[in-house]
Design a protein around this ligand. Structure first.
Ligand code: UDP
Length: 250
């Protein structure tokens, strides 16, 4: 990896990548073209001198909720465990993509999987990050009934990150779905309270609650604009920031 340029206001961040970022628009599965594209943006962002942990989703392969509608023979918890395993498949793809670009990486899982990845141990994860490795966190929280958004908030808190960056397919948080409503308004800044009261689709409610309780800023931005991960890491004003009320009125 190239030497750090030291131009990030952040020391350590969590980047939440949804599984859909691994598939071409509207498709499922893994396209290594997409994975290498997002990996290369991430490597360039790491060269700004920021420590990066990535929490990876699994929605391009499987979400637990897809099995829970109607009567069927799969238990809801089982379906969620299947979703967590999907994130490990994505994690392996992302690790190889990052390493093909020269980055040092580690893949850590919340469900122990000897022979595939390291188990998540907080102190070890911090050491990896301090050494400049890009650490991928897979298998979510290791527990069913939540999503990888909650895992991202938890990892950001326990690893003492400065911000949680959620990479999405749109430019930030809108008043309505911009993909279906052309009049939807993009917010530059919101408070956690506004997100909750207006039921804005930022992250799942448990994740928002964690961030709000611990005053952890969230940035929602568009990963599909090339260079946006670097811009986000440099602290440029892109996307939507979600912060506490006191910070907005300060
Ligand atoms: N999941 C879970 N516990 C977790 C994280 C994920 O049970 O801590 C399951 C859940 O079923 C979820 C699936 O794994 O739908 C895939 O994760 P997610 O939906 O967050 O993926 P993304 O939408 O980010 O691609």
């Amino acid at each position: 990896m190239a030497a750090s340029t030291g131009s990030s206001p952040y020391n350590r961040i969590i980047l939440k990548l949804s599984g859909e970022s691994f598939a071409p628009s509207g498709q499922r599965g893994i396209s290594m073209t997409e994975v290498v594209d997002i990996a290369s943006q991430t490597v360039r962002a790491a060269q700004q001198g920021v420590e990066i942990g990535i929490v990876i989703g699994g929605g391009n392969i499987l979400r637990g909720a897809q099995f829970t509608a109607g009567a069927n023979s799969i238990q809801e918890a089982t379906a969620h465990y299947m979703g967590m395993l999907a994130t490990v498949i994505n994690g392996l793809a992302l690790q190889d993509a990052l390493e093909s670009l020269g980055a040092a990486t580690r893949l850590m899982t919340a469900i122990k999987m000897d022979g595939v990845a390291e188990p998540f141990i907080r102190r070890r994860a911090k050491r990896h990050l301090e050494k400049g490795r890009i650490v991928i966190f897979a298998a979510g929280t290791g527990a069913p009934f939540v999503t990888t958004d909650t895992a991202a908030a938890q990892k950001a808190l326990e690893l003492e990150c400065d911000i949680l960056m959620k990479a999405t397919r749109v430019d930030g948080v809108y008043s309505d779905d911009p993909e279906t409503n052309p009049n939807a308004v993009l917010y530059e800044e919101l408070t956690y309270q506004q997100v909750r009261e207006q039921e804005l689709r930022v992250m799942d409610s448990t994740a928002i609650a964690h961030c709000m309780e611990h005053d952890l800023p969230i940035l929602v931005f568009n990963y599909r604009r090339d260079g946006n991960i670097e811009r986000a890491v440099r602290g440029e004003p892109i996307g939507t920031r979600v912060i506490s009320r006191s910070a907005t009125t300060a």
